[in-house]
Design a protein around this ligand. Sequence first.
Ligand code: GSH
Length: 233
Amino acid sequence: MPTPLTLISHALCPYVQRAAIVLAEKEVPFERLMIDLADKPDWFKAASPLGKVPLLKVGDEYLFESAPIVEFLDETRPPKLHPMDPVERARHRAYVEFASQILNGIGAFYSAKDDTGFAAASEALKTRFRHLETVIDPSGPFFGGPSFSLVDAAFAPVFRYFDVFESFVALDVFDGLDRVTAWRDQLAKRGSVRNAVSADYPDLLRAFLRKRNSWLSDLLAQHERREQLATAC
Ligand SMILES: N[C@@H](CCC(=O)N[C@@H](CS)C(=O)NCC(=O)O)C(=O)O
């Protein structure tokens, strides 16, 4: 009888998605438990030293931080998603961290208070994606070539943000980045990626963005007013 696994989650968290994607790639059954990060239960505070999701409950033990969680899954459940070659593996770990830095950049992007801050955050993201364009395996379809890896699991939630952003604002972040765009398209089609969030993810992300009181919140509000007018006509 395999040890039961529970992924302590939040509906929008990109780090939770990494773990959910890896579990799905490995076809490992698991329970998913959503918590309210605005009202953390006492058991969660006790189990999560940094107060963050994801947690992976393995039997009676709680693992925290997405990187060790997915590495644990990769060590214990086939197929291996990390490359066998140690240098390549170290490189993949670095690009998982690169994805985390991009997530910080996305936070700056959706929190920017004015057009100047928004343009600066957008430029910073473009610089990161331009770098990625030079390091993706050109034969595709995934970051390292034919096999889905932990880097793919880390970037799929990154690209998912842009699917929602681009539903209400035209962005040029991926302009001219053909390899990144092809990779993004491949990841969006993958079952493990699609199923890592609920069907109402776009609505939940829009609701989150509406409350940011940021430049992007204003762009969303303008778009939604136009949508309402179009429906009224
Ligand atoms: N370094 C952590 C980052 C996880 C993280 O930032 N989780 C966020 C949600 S996406 C969180 O739980 N924040 C706590 C809070 O909002 O109070 C990891 O890789 O697991």
